[in-house]
Design a protein around this ligand. Structure first.
Ligand code: ADP
Ligand code: ZN
Length: 258
C-alpha cells in the first residue's frame, strides 16, 4: 500500500498527522461497511480504499493495536477482554474513541468506516458526530452473504474463520484455504509476519455471529429507510466484489484511480 496515508491520525487519535497527508479530493468517499463476520469486510475495506484513495478506519483494529501495545487503562483492559470473547466493547468507550478521531472523518481524503456503527445507539452517535462536522455519509455498503452461505452450518463458518491470518504490519487479510499468502506465514504486501486474531477462535466466532444478528443486522433496515443502503452480494473473488461495490456506488475505476 505504498503512497497510501499511514493512518497515524486514526491510531494516535489526532495527536500526529498522517503521512502523506491525503490530497483533497473533489468527491471524497465517505462510506460505512456492514457485514457479518466472514463476509470479507476487512478485505473489501482495503481494496476499496486503494481504489478510492480513502482511509480504512477500523474500530476493531484500534482495539487490537491497544492490546498489542499492552494498554494499561482499566477501561481499555476490560474492552480488550470483551473483544477476545467476541463481545462488543462498552458503547461509551467506542463512541468516545470515534469522536476523538473526528479529524479522520473530516479528512479530505475520505474514509471507509469498518466496524462502526455496530448497533442503533452507535448509528445515532455517528449521525450526531457527522452533523457537528457538517459532513454526510455517501452510502452504507452492506456485504451480504449469498443464501447458500447463510445456510451453512455454523461449524463450517467457524472452520473458515479459523483459517484467517492477518499481517501484523499492514493488516492485510489472508485465508489459508481461499486466498493463501505466497509464502506461508509471510505477508504478500509488506513481507511482515501473519498472525491469527485472538477472536478468530471457535467460541469467540460463535459469539461474534450472535452479536451480529442481535445488534448489527438491524442497521441494514435502519440505513435502508434513510435511503443510504447499497446491498452488495459478497460472493465471488475479492476483486469482483470490489467492482460490484464501485458500480453500486456509481463510481468507476477510471474516475477513482486518477
Ligand atoms: P469482525 O471481523 O468480527 O467484524 P472487527 O475487527 O470489526 O471484527 O472487531 C473486532 C472486535 O472489536 C469486535 O468483536 C468487538 O469486540 C470490538 N469492536 C470493534 N468495533 C466495535 C464497536 N463499534 N462497538 C463495540 N465493539 C467493537
Ligand atoms: Zn503486510
Amino acid at each position: 500500500m505504498s503512497g497510501h496515508p499511514s493512518r497515524d491520525g486514526w491510531y494516535a487519535a489526532g495527536e500526529v498527522d498522517c503521512f502523506p497527508v491525503p490530497p483533497p479530493r473533489e468527491r471524497p468517499s465517505r462510506l460505512v461497511l456492514l457485514g457479518a463476520p466472514g463476509a470479507g469486510k476487512g478485505t473489501q475495506a482495503r481494496l476499496l480504499c486503494e481504489s478510492l484513495r480513502a482511509c480504512h478506519l477500523s474500530t476493531g483494529e484500534l482495539f487490537r493495536a491497544a492490546r498489542d501495545q499492552c494498554a494499561s487503562s482499566p477501561a481499555m483492559r476490560a474492552a480488550i477482554e470483551a473483544m477476545n470473547r467476541g463481545e462488543l466493547v462498552p458503547e461509551e468507550l467506542v463512541i468516545a474513541m470515534v469522536r476523538e478521531r473526528a479529524n479522520c472523518l473530516r479528512c479530505h481524503g475520505g474514509f471507509v468506516l469498518d466496524g462502526f456503527p455496530r448497533n442503533q445507539t452507535q448509528a445515532i452517535a455517528l449521525d450526531e458526530i457527522l452533523a457537528e462536522l457538517h459532513i454526510a455519509i455517501e452510502a452504507v455498503v452492506y456485504l451480504e452473504l449469498p443464501q447458500e452461505e447463510l445456510e451453512l452450518p455454523l461449524e463450517e463458518i467457524v472452520a473458515r474463520l479459523s483459517g484467517r491470518r492477518t499481517c501484523v504490519d499492514c493488516r492485510a487479510v489472508f485465508d489459508l484455504a481461499a486466498n493463501p499468502p505466497t509464502r506461508s506465514g509471510v505477508c504478500d504486501y509488506c513481507g511482515e509476519r501473519l498472525v491469527q486474531r485472538t477472536d478468530d477462535q471457535p467460541e469467540a466466532i460463535r459469539v461474534r455471529m450472535k452479536v451480529f444478528e442481535a445488534e448489527t443486522l438491524s442497521l441494514v433496515e435502519f440505513y435502508e429507510r434513510l435511503g443510504k443502503l447499497v446491498r452488495i452480494s459478497a460472493s465471488g473473488t475479492p476483486e469482483q466484489i470490489r467492482d460490484r461495490v464501485l458500480q453500486g456506488l456509481d463510481r468507476n475505476v477510471s474516475e477513482v484511480a486518477t
